[in-house]
Design a protein around this ligand. Structure first.
Ligand SMILES: [Zn+2]
Length: 259
């Protein structure tokens, strides 16, 4: 059965958001363990890393990231940054994120979003950690950011929905582009063509659950256990076998973790 494919990676998911939607995350984690899945549980705000670390302690195959997304750009920016930094001193993460820019939801102000992002890139560089970027309709800002910034480690553009110019520039700088459920939507032909054309060693896959469920479960609450739908689509778009896709993404993910 397709759902039983082992060794899938989910590079980006949010357990606390799943909990808020009433999903039993303990059973999801147990299934992930049975299937030898690995991945990164992604922070959404500044203060919950200790709690998430405790929740995931029995599941060492799940790594953690922490960061303040653009949704934090309303107010108290420096206070949030101080809380985040304090949590990062006491708990282990594999990346700073998700952090970024969102011109669709327009949280706070553009300046506040840029400030939060810049401060967290500095923090990531200081700690020698990679970043995980959220980019919603902010390609030109990210193109200029990549042009003027040096990164300590090779980061990830998560749920990639940007264009070809940013994709090429990001890959030139060593970034990984992680694709989520929208890759499986028929309307996203441009994204699918871009995905098929990228150097395969720079690709990662993710659910971004509980958001963005892939076809054919679009509309349902998403979990990492729907990852196989994204792999099946990705393998088909690249004209390679599912097994080859699984091995490639696993190798890419470990290269990211081991850098
Ligand atoms: Zn996310």
């Amino acid at each position: 059965m397709q759902t039983m494919i082992p060794h899938l990676i989910d590079s980006h998911f949010h357990l606390r958001s799943m909990q808020r939607k009433g999903i039993d995350v303990e059973s999801i984690l147990a299934s992930m363990q049975e299937l030898s899945m690995e991945g990164i549980e992604i922070g959404l705000d500044c203060g919950d890393l200790a709690e998430r670390t405790a929740m995931l302690e029995p599941y060492p195959f799940i790594k953690l990231s922490a960061g303040i997304g653009p949704w934090g750009a309303q107010d108290s920016l420096d206070e949030q940054l101080a809380v985040l930094e304090n949590q990062l001193l006491k708990n282990e993460v594999v990346a700073i994120g998700e952090i970024g820019l969102d011109n669709y939801h327009k949280y706070g102000t553009v300046e506040n979003q840029q400030y939060l992002l810049a401060r967290q890139i500095e923090l990531a560089n200081r700690l020698g950690k990679p970043v995980i970027f959220h980019n919603r309709e902010a390609d030109s800002q990210f193109i200029s950011l990549l042009g003027r910034t040096t990164f300590a480690k090779r980061g990830i553009f998560h749920c990639y929905q940007g264009g070809g110019e940013l994709a090429r520039l990001a890959i030139e700088q060593g970034f990984y582009l992680s694709f989520a459920g929208p890759l499986t939507y028929k309307a996203n032909k441009g994204m699918q063509d871009l995905f098929a054309s990228l150097p395969i060693e720079h690709i990662l896959l993710e659910t971004d659950s509980p958001y963005l469920s892939p076809n054919p479960v679009r509309g349902k609450a998403n979990t990492p256990l729907f990852m196989h739908y994204i792999y099946a689509c990705a393998a088909q778009l690249r004209s390679i076998s599912l097994e080859a896709m699984v091995l490639q993404v696993r190798a890419n993910f470990h290269a990211f973790l081991d850098q």
